[in-house]
Design a protein around this ligand. Structure first.
Ligand code: KIV
Length: 260
C-alpha cells in the first residue's frame, strides 16, 4: 500500500485529518504545507467553470486540473474526483481511473456512492487503484440539497452503505452534510477514516472547498467557516491598480524593462 495512504489510515483515532480542495498548482503549493489530503474535487464545475452542477465536467477537465495541482504538491496525498458517468460500469471505471492515475500521478480517486456501485470500488481496489468513497449528499446523483441521516432509519441505512464501501476496499470515506449523530455513529463503526464536510466535528477529518473558506466562491452554506474575505482583498488590489493606471502612476520607472 502507498505510504501516504497508510499514513492517512493510521491517523484514525490519533489525530485529525486536514483536507482542502485545489484546482491549480498555485493554490496546491500553499495547501501542501498544511494539508494531509488535497482533493481535486469535481466542485470545480461550479466553483471555477460556473456550471449549475457538477454534471458537465469531463474526464479531460479533471485530468488537466489534477496535473496542474500535482505540480504544486510535494507531501500531501492527492485524490482526484472521478466525474459523473466516468464510472458507470466496471470496465469504464477501470479504464478511466487508470487514465487519471497515469496522466496526473495522483495517489487515489474518489467516487460518489449511488448505494449500488460498491462493486466498482472493489474492481478498482483489486486493480491496485486506491479509492476514497463519498456518501450522504452526493451531488453527482442528487440535484436537491438535503441534510442526510436525520432519522434513525436513515442513519442505519448510511451505516450500511459506509460498511459496504469499507468492505469493498476504500481507504477512507467523505461524509457530506450528514447529521452529527449519524456522522458520529458511522465514524465509530468504521475502521477507515471519515472525512466530513458539513458533517460535524465527530468525523476523523475535515474537508472544505478552498474557494468557499477563503471567501472567493460566493457560495457560503451554513457549514462553511470563512477564514478570509479574498473577494474583498482582490477587489482592493484591482481598485488600486485601476486608479494607478488612470492617473499614470503605474508603471513607475522602476518597472521599465530597461531600468530607467
Ligand atoms: O467536489 C468536491 O469538492 C468534493 C468535496 C466537497 C468533498 O467532493
Amino acid at each position: 500500500m502507498n505510504k501516504r495512504i497508510k499514513k492517512i489510515i493510521n491517523k484514525k483515532n490519533r489525530s485529525k485529518i486536514v483536507s482542502l480542495t485545489a484546482y491549480s498548482k498555485n493554490i496546491a503549493r500553499i495547501l501542501d504545507k498544511y494539508c494531509d489530503i488535497v482533493l481535486v474535487g469535481d466542485s470545480l464545475a461550479n466553483v471555477l467553470y460556473g456550471f449549475k452542477n457538477t454534471h458537465r465536467i469531463t474526464l479531460e477537465n479533471m485530468i488537466l486540473h489534477a496535473a496542474s495541482v500535482k505540480r504544486g504538491i510535494k507531501k500531501s496525498l492527492l485524490v482526484v474526483d472521478m466525474p459523473k458517468n466516468s464510472y458507470n460500469s466496471s470496465s469504464n471505471a477501470l479504464k478511466n481511473a487508470k487514465l487519471i492515475m497515469s496522466q496526473t500521478r495522483c495517489d487515489a480517486v474518489k467516487i460518489e456512492s449511488n448505494k449500488k456501485n460498491y462493486y466498482i470500488i472493489k474492481k478498482l481496489v483489486d486493480s491496485k487503484i486506491p479509492v476514497m468513497g463519498h456518501i450522504g449528499f452526493t451531488p453527482q446523483f442528487t440535484n436537491k440539497f438535503k441534510i442526510q441521516g436525520d432519522t434513525s432509519a436513515k442513519t442505519k441505512q448510511l451505516i450500511k452503505e459506509a460498511i459496504s464501501i469499507e468492505k469493498a476496499g476504500a481507504f477512507s470515506i467523505v461524509l457530506e452534510c450528514i447529521t452529527p449523530q449519524s456522522s458520529k455513529a458511522i465514524t465509530k463503526k468504521l475502521k477507515i477514516p471519515t472525512i466530513g464536510i458539513g458533517s460535524s466535528k465527530y468525523c476523523d477529518g475535515q474537508i472544505l472547498v478552498t474557494d468557499d473558506m477563503i471567501g472567493l466562491s460566493g457560495f457560503y452554506p451554513k457549514f462553511v467557516k470563512k477564514y478570509l474575505n479574498m473577494t474583498r482583498l482582490i477587489e482592493k488590489a484591482v481598485k488600486k491598480y485601476t486608479t494607478d493606471v488612470k492617473l499614470k502612476k503605474f508603471p513607475e520607472t522602476k518597472y521599465f524593462l530597461n531600468g530607467r
